[in-house]
Design a binder for this molecule. Structure first.
Ligand code: ZN
Ligand code: ZN
Length: 266
């Protein structure tokens, strides 16, 4: 368990539903729950959360449209339709348009932003576009979306809740803009960053817009705050042990490898 400096004020509860960069039995796709009601990505949300827990989700942030990050949206909409409430799904403009065009398009899955009925007078899902680099109120948090560098438009989110800021970054390779913004955040309590491949597959990581432990370490150097914990995520299951061995070689940076089921107070 990781605690930021002021444990007594701990407010951000960060639950890892799934943090694997691929799906296997016991390895769940990307999805994280903040304070019980804000979901970040939805890869495994519908298969990990109970129906009662799913009913508590009010807002969902989507980092990017790749299937391993959005798969659970389809089942969440299906499971929760008929409860009468609406869940707000947020992302930058190309992410929202991608969800509309490629998932909720009435071919791959019904358009749950339009369907209503007797017990559901407003649609179960609503989509909201976040302006890049502009803080926006999402539930009781303030969220700032910043573009990162992946094979498709992908996003990092600064999530500020009661004076603390968590930086959660979706799939990405080396990037710059988000670190220059992060350096200005005095209340940054943790950074969630992917490391999909081991060091020996750096070329594949670079081509596909992902990190290895060595490029994660370079990104941590851009932030330049060794005491701010980096939470490594999105490890490809078939390389997990090798990636962890590479991560252990990183010196001078607080680092933790996330695993499914982790519950952190940040
Ligand atoms: Zn991914
Ligand atoms: Zn991706």
């Amino acid at each position: 368990m990781i605690y930021c400096k002021r444990m007594r004020d701990a407010t951000i509860e960060f639950r890892v539903l799934g943090c694997a960069g691929g799906q296997l039995p016991g390895r769940n796709l990307s999805s994280y729950l903040v304070n019980g009601s804000l979901l970040i990505d939805a890869g495994s949300a519908a298969s990990v959360l109970s129906l009662n827990e799913q009913r508590k989700i009010k807002n969902i942030l989507i980092t990017h449209c790749h299937l391993d990050h959005v798969l659970g949206l389809a089942s969440l909409a299906d499971n929760l339709y008929g409860n009468g409430f609406t869940i707000h799904v947020w992302g930058i403009r190309p992410v929202i348009s991608g969800l509309k065009a490629s998932l909720f398009n009435n071919t791959l899955w019904p358009d749950f932003t339009r369907i209503t009925g007797e017990d559901q007078t407003r649609p179960i899902l609503s989509f909201g576009a976040l302006r890049e680099k502009e803080p926006a109120a999402v539930g009781d948090s303030v969220v700032t979306a910043v573009r990162v560098d992946h094979s498709i438009p992908s996003t990092g989110f600064f999530i500020t809740n009661r004076g603390k800021t968590l930086l959660h970054i979706g799939d990405t390779g080396p990037t710059a803009q988000i670190w220059s913004l992060a350096r200005r955040k005095k209340n940054l309590c943790a950074v969630v960053l992917e490391t999909s491949y081991p060091n020996r597959l750096q070329e594949l990581a670079t081509k596909s817009g992902h990190h290895t432990p060595q490029s994660l370490a370079e990104e941590a150097g851009k932030l330049g705050r060794p005491s701010t914990p980096f939470l490594a995520t999105h490890l490809k299951p078939i390389y997990r042990e090798e990636i962890i061995r590479d991560l252990k070689k990183i010196k001078g940076q607080r680092l933790m490898v996330l695993k499914d089921g982790d519950f952190l107070r940040l």
